[in-house]
Design a protein around this ligand. Structure first.
Ligand code: FAD
Length: 464
């Protein structure tokens, strides 16, 4: 028998470390150190995913053992108690996880217990998609071409036998509540978790939206993206399953455009792996700029502006809609994530790290590599980032990607009676007209053209 230590792989199917013909004891440890860095939306999603996972094990005649404490102590203790041959887990590539896993490995080695760590969360492990000289790519397009052409593994089978021996069953705890773990209820609605929810999203997406993804993905009101991000974050769906399902959709495409659209989606999966490579190459990107500027960037301190941004009260309709979607759904559409991140860094001139920190606390899908990659892209400090002089105009972005203001009005009800063309002219309107149209909605807190110039100067000064 071996012990499978679940972490960010909350599923039974297509789980590399779990796939075995030997009996397996599945374990999850509520680790205080990890919880310290977590936030209510993600813990809520995770608890519900764990609940489904336990049900899935029970349906297969087994169970899932929950423990609470330091995995450096809990994992070796349980493995010793049930006389396990081996402890297995899937690797997590964040700095914190790598350090913890190294410690657990050492304790198990000292106790004479075999241990194996597998690559599972990505189709191509960090460090395997490199230039011909063996360097990590800093440009996505080259990475993508190599990534796309590399052979992918097929999904893994579920284990044959799941066991929870009596001698350890009594050590398990009940699944805790959010309050037990010291968290408040999340502010918004958290999407359904668990493998079934993930499979549902994936199959519905591949039946229809995958074929219009290319033309519709940038329009937030059209809801044309997969919404798989929290599932990929917590591993409630296996990445090989996702790949196989999208390959099937590509083969079933009615024409070349549809096939290319599915491939565009696969390109997003490659962005996820690109950023995982970036983080693996240089873990300091979590706190440092990826790109070197000669001098420090003179970001501004603007607590009032940041508060208005967080509250969705900037007077820039698409920015406010995005920030309110974050509060209501703990998720934001990708195009709008880019717009609000650009607003914080290029209109408020506030350091991307402040935005990253807010996302980390509020997003259900917060993923260190992707979140950091997204923020550094928007802040012009990242790899393959938005050039500092190409600055999104939040008003034209809103007009282009939400022309009927449908998305904006969904989250900013103060504007619900304002004609779309006036919504998209909001910052240019006469104050009296604004007052007449939507007295509850704020005037713009900054002048975009002025801030655009200031942002360019700020970056040019940093370039020296
Ligand atoms: P889909 O369009 O259906 O894409 C499928 C999957 O591909 C996503 O679930 C995600 O895993 C991956 N993906 C898509 N776009 C990107 C991208 N640009 N970079 C990396 N992976 C991508 N994504 C996260 O998963 N977690 C984050 O914390 C996160 N923070 C972001 C912060 C900023 C400032 C920006 C600009 C982007 C961020 N993204 C993040 C990327 C992207 O916005 C989300 O992955 C996407 O909106 C999730 O919705 P979806 O699952 O419907 O995406």
């Amino acid at each position: 028998m071996y012990v499978h230590w679940h972490r960010r792989d909350l599923r039974v199917e297509d789980n590399r470390a779990l796939s075995s013909s030997d009996p397996v004891l599945p374990v999850f440890v509520f680790d205080e150190e990890v919880l310290f860095h977590a936030a209510p939306p993600r813990v809520s999603f995770m608890l519900s995913a764990l609940d489904s996972l336990r049900d899935e094990y029970r349906e297969r005649g087994g169970n899932l053992l929950f423990l609470r404490g330091d995995p450096r102590e809990e994992i070796p203790r349980i493995a010793t108690r049930c006389d396990a041959e081996c402890v297995v887990w899937n690797r997590d590539y964040s700095g914190l996880a790598k350090a913890r896993d190294a410690d657990v490995r050492d304790v198990l080695a000292d106790a004479g217990i075999e241990r194996r760590a597998y690559h599972d969360a990505l189709l191509h492990t960090p460090g395997t998609i490199t230039t011909n000289q063996g360097d990590y790519y800093s440009v996505y397009t080259y990475f993508w071409k190599k990534w796309r052409d590399r052979e992918k593994d097929a999904p893994f089978d579920a284990p044959d036998e799941i066991v929870v021996p009596d001698e350890v069953a009594e050590d398990g705890i009940e699944i805790p509540t959010l309050a037990d773990l010291g968290f408040e209820e999340p502010e918004g609605t958290i999407p359904p978790a668990g493998t079934e929810a993930a499979r549902d999203l994936l199959s519905k997406f591949c039946e229809r939206d995958a074929y219009r993804y290319d033309e519709a993905r940038d329009y937030p009101a059209r809801e044309a993206t997969s919404r798989l991000s929290p599932h990929l974050k917590f591993g409630t769906v296996g990445i090989r399953d996702v790949w196989k399902t999208t390959e099937r959709a590509k083969n079933d495409a009615g024409n070349e455009d549809e096939a290319e659209s599915v491939e565009e989606f696969q390109g997003q999966l490659a962005w996820r792996e690109f950023y995982a490579h970036v983080l693996d190459d240089d873990p300091s990107v979590v706190v440092e700029n990826y790109k070197d500027y000669r001098y420090d960037i003179a970001w501004r301190d603007d607590p009032d502006g940041v508060q208005a941004w967080k509250d969705g009260e900037t007077g820039y309709p698409i920015v406010d809609a995005g920030m309110r979607q974050l509060r209501e759904e703990a998720w934001v559409h990708n195009r709008v994530r880019m717009i609000v991140a650009s607003f914080l860094t290029k209109d408020l001139l506030v350091d991307w790290r402040e935005g990253y920190d807010w996302y980390r606390r509020k997003l259900v899908d917060h993923d260190t590599a992707n979140d950091n990659g997204g923020w550094q892209w928007a802040g012009s400090t990242g790899t393959d980032a938005q050039p500092y002089f190409r600055i999104f105009n939040p008003m034209t972005q809103g007009e282009r990607f939400d022309s009927d203001a449908e998305y904006i009005k969904r989250f900013v009800p103060e504007l619900s009676d304002v004609p779309p063309e006036k919504v998209h002219e909001w910052t240019e309107l006469d104050p009296d007209e604004r007052e007449d149209l939507a007295p509850e909605y704020p005037a713009p807190i900054v002048d975009h053209s002025e801030r655009r110039e200031m942002a360019i100067t700020m970056f040019e000064n940093a370039r020296g």
